[in-house]
Design a protein around this ligand. Structure first.
Ligand code: SF4
Ligand code: SF4
Length: 195
């Protein structure tokens, strides 16, 4: 299957809610905060750089990201190199176990971060859920809105779990949540230019 066939399968055959619908709650919450004056307009985005970013995504969110980049003709060699370089630079594919028998969650500068104010290449309807949920709040501190994220997750849990399961079957690989560049790179590599 190529990328467009995967999209047709997910959205037409399996009736998965569209990317924007699955993010509606988070985008609405972000809008409400912005109306109260809490937005990212004066910030250069330290949450997207290695100082603070350790965002992880599943296969479905990687499909959404690739979809957005494709529609904007941004899947250039320069961007592909940037995605791959971030894996190498931050050794994201090198697992380190912790005492608690889990894997160390690594920090990295996101390859879609443009180092400007509001500097993300991705549209709101395609960004990772965790990125949308991380905003400044009334105490002028940035934090993750776990409550809204949890409501969203519950609303789409079964549809998204089913989609991820199908994607694993299509891509012939079990892929747990990992960093943004790793999952996007994995999908692009598996599709082997069929985007
Ligand atoms: S969430 Fe916070 S750190 Fe991230 S861009 Fe917005 S204001 Fe800056
Ligand atoms: S996807 Fe966008 S908002 Fe999320 S970490 Fe990357 S640059 Fe930041």
């Amino acid at each position: 299957m190529n990328f467009e066939q995967i999209k047709l399968f997910l959205y037409q055959q399996e009736k998965l809610p569209l990317p924007g619908v699955r993010r509606e709650l988070l985008i609405e919450k972000m809008g409400q905060l912005a109306q109260q004056g809490f937005d990212c307009q004066k910030c250069s985005g330290s949450c997207c750089s290695f100082e603070n970013n350790s965002m992880q995504i599943d296969l479905l969110q990687a499909i959404d990201i690739i979809d957005d980049l494709k529609q904007k003709n941004l899947l250039t060699k320069t961007l592909l190199d940037k995605i791959n370089n971030s894996i190498v630079q931050y050794r994201l594919d090198y697992n380190i176990s912790t005492k608690a028998n889990s894997l160390l969650r690594k920090r990295y500068t996101c390859p879609f971060y443009t180092h400007n104010i509001c500097g993300c290449l991705l549209g709101l309807e395609y960004k990772p859920y965790g990125c949308l949920a991380f905003n400044p709040n009334s105490a002028n501190q940035c934090h993750s809105d776990y409550q809204t994220q949890c409501i969203r997750d519950n609303l789409f849990a079964s549809a998204e779990a089913f989609a991820n399961q199908k994607l694993e079957t299509i891509l012939k690989f079990h892929f747990p949540k990992k960093t943004i560049p790793e999952v996007v790179w994995f999908v692009l590599t598996k599709l082997n230019g069929l985007c």
